[in-house]
Design a protein around this ligand. Structure first.
Ligand SMILES: [Mg+2]
Length: 200
């Protein structure tokens, strides 16, 4: 079976939460600060003592700023793609606001376009915005690819939806998802899937 690797963007290909926390939130809120490694929830607005709307507004502004454009691509994933990327197709799939999708697409294609040739997004709901609904979530989107898809994502909700849709789900370790595998182990599992050596 020829696999298609579907990459989540934020907090997988990049380090969005850490960059936002360190460069936007913490400088503006000197105390109390929640250390990145203590972020057991994502979205983290309750931990930070703000509303979901305040959090999303700040994150959207950051996504449109030079700070997002200057994010460093994940070096472990770049190295993996260098070694293994050419053996299958790759798609970026992100859930983001419509107005922040263009900057996400530009960032992905600039750093990963050698392998990731397709960019897809599911519009995250924002107040006052009414858009056509094609896919309710990543699971609905992935269902079109069937069992060839491997989703790499940090969100337990997305991973569950992917599995329900028939895709293979690989959890990218972050403080908020309780993933037990390391980055190296996760990428080794991906290699096995791409090579067709996965245990069934
Ligand atoms: Mg993510």
């Amino acid at each position: 079976m020829s696999r298609i690797v579907v990459w989540d963007v934020d907090d997988v290909l990049n380090d969005l939460m850490r960059v936002w926390l360190d460069n936007v939130w913490t400088p503006a809120h000197p105390a109390p600060v929640v250390p990145y490694d203590d972020l057991r929830e994502n979205p983290p607005h309750a931990l930070l003592g703000i509303t979901s709307g305040e959090y999303l507004s700040s994150l959207d502004e950051f996504r449109l700023s030079i700070g997002y454009a200057q994010q460093v691509p994940n070096p472990d994933i770049l190295a993996w793609l260098q070694d293994h990327g050419g053996r299958c197709r790759h798609i970026a799939l992100t859930a983001t606001a419509l107005r922040t999708a263009p900057t996400a697409a530009a960032w992905v294609l600039r750093h990963f376009g050698r392998w990731i040739r397709e960019f897809a997004f599911i519009p995250a709901p924002r107040p006052g915005e009414v858009l056509p609904t094609y896919d309710l979530d990543k699971g609905a989107w992935l269902a079109r690819l069937g069992t060839s898809a491997v989703l790499v994502d940090d969100s337990p909700q997305n991973l569950t939806a992917a599995t329900a849709a028939g895709a293979v789900a690989l959890c990218w370790p972050r403080p908020w998802n309780g993933c037990r595998a390391s980055v190296a182990e996760t990428l080794q599992a991906l290699t096995r899937l791409v090579d067709g050596r996965e245990a069934q």
